[in-house]
Structure formats: structure tokens, C-alpha cells
Design a protein around this ligand. Sequence first.
Ligand code: NAP
Length: 477
Amino acid sequence: MKGYMLIGGERIFKDKEIEILFPYDNSVVGTIPDGDEEDARRAVDAAIKGFERMKELTAYDRYSILSKAARILSNRSYEIAELLTKEVGKTIKESMGEVGRAVNTLTLSAEEAKRIAGEEVNFDAAPGIRGKVGFYRRVPLGVIGCITPFNFPLNLTCHKVGPALAAGNSVVIKPSENTSLVTIKLAEILIEAGFPPEAVNVITGYGEKVGDALVRDERVRMITFTGSVETGKIIMSRGGLKKYAMELGSNAGVYVDKDQSVRLDFVSEKICRGGFALAGQVCISVQRVFVHDYLFDDFINRAVEFTKTLKIGNPLEETTDMGSVIDVQAADRIMEWIEEAVSAGAKIVCGGKRLSDTVIEPTIVINVPEDVRLFTGEVFGPVIVVNRVKSVDEAIEKVNLSRYGLQAGIFTNDLRAAFKFSKEVEAGGIMVNEIPTFRVDQMPYGGVKESGIGREGPLFAIEEMTEIKTICFDINF
Ligand code: NAP
């Protein structure tokens, strides 16, 4: 597919292009224009006009258009899923799952469009005030810049553009340069469904060039970003006075309590699935597992047994469970982190080998020192670390030993342990008897510490993407 930018409804091609590769075998999937500062400026010009046109739409119009977009996307599920697999390297099963979630996210956004409202303000509750009545309402911000990562290029874009458009904003989307084609298709679907073409713009190219120009544009009222902590910090330092929503990285921890013997098969399988889904490239992938000493060996045996059943290979085949990581550089880094941990005394009990440039075996590493990058960093690859602990208190301490705090999980039958864990672990979401990788699209989702600022989930994103306007009448005038 020859990709293009979408600016004011016009398809923009450029001589200078970037190749998009199928990560599994590096074959060429398509190209996108190498956009620059001028393209970002033109996209914001268009989005300013788009914002004016959005004002013509009622809440019901926005609901109807988003609902129609969800239907079109659903009808084109397989075609979009196949493109997702080719751009991201995730399995076709995972891609079909992402399309289904994206349909749901657009539908949830449509529903929220009908519920955006303010409430009455009791002005005369202040001393000496009489005859004043009024209310506040939520109004859209204007142009919102949406910058998205490579791993869920469809659903995470829907989490930004769905609420933004539901609230009456216009958008300029800058997708990851690895996975832009699917975003272009989504934008076209939104326009086909009825949004003004100027309200949905896509610019493509490198983050530090076209993305930076979008971030620095003072007419952009908000940047909603999903990606790494490092990029998030750069964006906030470059963007100046505007709103920010930051959905950043993590190295999620989960604890398996001593009372889990009877369902250890179920728990170990769930944890491994949470670590190896999308080859570990999920912001809430299970990365650090803490298992009570009492059942540590049993847990490892079962986790290894299950992991060996996973079918690794071409993600386009229906039976494949795990595909490749995004590129050679990512695979190099992941292998380096595994080697560093092993040199420091950790032990690989499953996997550990690189099967090709971009395919790494699902890997379980035990007894990992707490100062190596496999423990402190975000591995973003098919690797889980499993260490022993002796109590829930120790598990809480270890889970919190992280600069991140997106989600965490605990498996226990002990109500007191569950409450203590949910109270004391520093994370945006705590999953009890569930892995930290659990997310449904309507829930408030986001991190603490370096995992981010703000919450997604259409209802919550709409709050971030609107501002409050207070209206006061003097009825004695
Ligand atoms: P990334 O390298 O930070 O890139 C994210 C986006 O930012 C890409 O579109 C990138 O463009 C762009 N970008 C890079 N430098 C920029 C700059 N100076 N100004 C403006 N934009 C810039 O992240 P990634 O590797 O794509 O994604 C993986 C990360 O995303 C992981 O850390 C993961 O945890 C995080 N993530 C978080 C969540 C969440 O909800 N919390 C969900 C998914 C992923 P280019 O690709 O063109 O460089």
C-alpha cells in the first residue's frame, strides 16, 4: 500500500518516503510520506477549520457518525486485521481482537457523546450573593494532537480520536512511523462515516521531525500521547503551554500468594499469556512475577510446561500464538538485557534463544537481581522474570520497586492480603485474581509515577479533552 497523509481531506504524497516492513520477515508492506514541519503546520491549519465545522454538529450527530464508523470498521474487520498483522507483527488472532476492541472503543465514545454535560452552580451559597443563577458546561478544547505508538495502532488511536471527536474537537494524528497505514484507513473510515474532512488529519513520518513540529505548534491545545517515558518527557519539555495526557510505559508486577496451589495451572498459564501476548509488547505485559516461596518450584514447572506449548512463527497463520517483535533493534536490546541478567546471576529456565532477526523465544528467567535492566526497565519483549518472596508484604515492596506504576495484579484467596496489596501497591489499576494485563476499554486506565498522567477510557478521556466554562446570570438585572 502506498500511504499518504490526510490533510483537510486531501491525500498528500511526497517524493521522500519511508518503507513499512512486515517485522516477521522484513518484506515491504508499503510506504508512507516522510512528513516535515510544513506538513504539520498545514494539518493544524486544516484542523482549525475542522474545529469550526465540528461546531455545526450536534451531540446526536457526533454519536451517529461515531456509531457508523464503528459499523464500517466492523464490516472491514479481516482486511484491517491483516494490515495490522503485517505492520506490527502480531498474530492474526491478536489483530482480530484489536479490531473488535477498536469497534467497541468507537461505540463507547459514541455513547459518551450523548452524555457530556455540566451542572448547576449554587452561586447564592456564598455570603452576600443574591439573584445569581447559572451552571457550568464542558466545552471542547479545539485542535488535539494525537501521537500513538506501534503496538496497538488501531485501538489506541480510537482511544484518542473517539473521545476527542465525541466531545467536538478536531484532531491531527501522528502515528508511529512503523505502523501508519492502519491509522490512515481509520481516518478515512471516520471521514466516510460523516466527520468533516478537515476535522480528521493524519501526518506521517519521524517523531522527532513531524511529531515535534505538531507538539511545538501553539495552536494545538492538547497533546494526547501514548508511548515511552523518554519520548513523553521530551514532548512535555517541547510543547509549552497546553494540556497533556501521557500514557507511558511499565514493567508490571504480579504476586502469586501461597494459597494458590489448587489452581496453579490456571494461574501460571494466565501469567504466561500476559507476558507473551504480542511478544511482550503490551504496556501492561506481565514482566515481573513474584511467587510465594511455598509454591515457587511448582509454579515454574507449570509455567515452563505451558510456555513450551505456544506455537511461535508466521503471525499471518491462524494457529500461531506468538509472532515477532517490532524490529531488529528491539530484538538486539532484548537479547542484551537477557544476557546482562544471566551474567549477574539470573537463570533462564525456558526459551532465551533468538530464532531469527526479530523472533525471540518466549523466555522465563528466574532469580533475577533487582539492579539489572530486566528488572528495572521495561523489557517490551517476550520475557518474564520470576523471583521468590516470603510474604505479601515482601511482594508489595518488590512490586513497588519500580519507577513505573501502570497496573499490578495479585492471585490470592486471602481477603486481607488482597486489600493490603490493592491499598499499598502504587499503580493506576490493581487486578485481584487477574493479571495486570487485563483491560476493558470503558474502564479508567492510566498510570502513576513514570507511567503517566491522566486517564483514558472514553468517559475519562472526554474529561481531559474538554474544559469547563462557567455561565452566570444576574436575574435581578
Ligand atoms: P515511542 O518510541 O515513545 O513512540 C511513540 C510515538 O511518539 C511514535 O509515534 C513516535 O514516532 C513519536 N515520537 C517519537 N519522538 C517524538 C518527538 N520528539 N516528538 C513527538 N513525537 C515523537 O514508543 P513506541 O516504541 O512506539 O511504543 C512503545 C512504548 O509505548 C512502550 O514504552 C509502551 O509501554 C508504551 N505504551 C503505553 C501504553 C499505555 O497505555 N500506557 C500503551 C501502549 C504502549 P516514531 O515512531 O515515528 O518515532
